[in-house]
Design a protein around this ligand. Sequence first.
Ligand code: NAP
Ligand code: BGC
Ligand code: ZN
Length: 356
Amino acid sequence: MEAIVIRRGETSPTVAERPRPDPGPGEVLVRTLRVGVDGTDREVIEGSHGGFPEGEDELVLGHEAVGVVESAEGTVFEEGDVVVPTVRRPPAEGPNEYFERGEPDMAPPDECVERGIDGAHGFMAEYFTSPAEYLVPVPDELAEWGFLVEPVSISEKAIEHASASRSAFDWNAETGLVLGNGSLGLLTLAMLESAGYDRTYCLGRRDRPDPTIDIIEELDGTYIDSRQTPVSEIPEAHEPMDFVYEATGYARHAFETIDALAPNGVGALLGVPEPWEFEIDGGRLHKEFVMNNKALVGSVNSNVSHFESAVETLADLPEWLFDDLVTGVHGLDDYEAAFADGDETTIKTAVQFSQI
Ligand code: NAP
Ligand code: BGC
Ligand code: ZN
């Protein structure tokens, strides 16, 4: 079967011939429909994040997948079911307390592997296998957009953890700010809108006309250009934010979020930046944080419960959003286009492996 891989020492993906996997006990064979591409895939390809499976020199890419059960192998699934796989699997030495609790998303990086990202092959292949416990069913009518379940699940988790940090008092979030107009940021903006935030904002660094700004405004959000309004000045330029969701991977934003927050607000940090030293006024930020009961939560990955919530969330998002957000679905004969970077008309892409 054909798979899209990144090889050690190379900076762009290749199509490779690999054996079709055989499902082991408790595993399901899945025929891949589509696999999405996000900022993390670009980090894996350039070598700044993730790594190869132990002892191997190539990694099958892809962690945002949707497929159809080809062989259910006596599990709870039936042939023809549409499913989405979760990303984390136990490390070589076997399951640990996080997996045993059904919370692999809470495992530190050295206590898990991530399919298509770090230490385990991903889903960009004509077929993949997975233990049934890591597959989440998706209604047939969502199959086309099922590869968006994984990124939406990332925000389900981040929002759940941020809200939990505010659960000890009467917190009613009215204003929400998303930092970053990539695919994760735009999906999250849509989620905040559909969750009933009164006013939402999304930060980018683009000139108009730009398709991401069009989506922000279509969603009823306000576009903020970081070149004109730094994050820390957003409360004066617009208003203080009850919730901030950082999805730029721009490390200064983690600290500027503290200033963007309203008293009692919470920020969720999602970006995965490279080491970068810069100056901040730590004393002022520390005091601001304490005296205004602010919170910041870091959040990575997601578990089955977040995938299940994401399926419901996705079903409620408007169809036009998917049409505008997903700017390219490319076959294996044209897979390079799915990874092309730097073109501002491209927002979210996917590779199509088969049809339902
Ligand atoms: P992406 O497509 O690279 O999006 C990042 C966006 O942020 C881009 O649109 C970029 O604008 C914008 N941006 C970067 N720096 C900015 C600045 N200084 N001011 C304004 N806008 C800025 O990535 P993504 O797939 O949406 O993911 C977003 C981040 O979340 C990445 O760092 C990714 O690694 C991380 N992530 C984390 C998790 C997790 O589990 N924690 C899951 C998925 C993704 P331009 O396009 O104009 O450059
Ligand atoms: C993936 C997560 C993963 C994270 C860190 C994200 O792009 O969606 O599943 O945990 O990267 O590697
Ligand atoms: Zn991702």
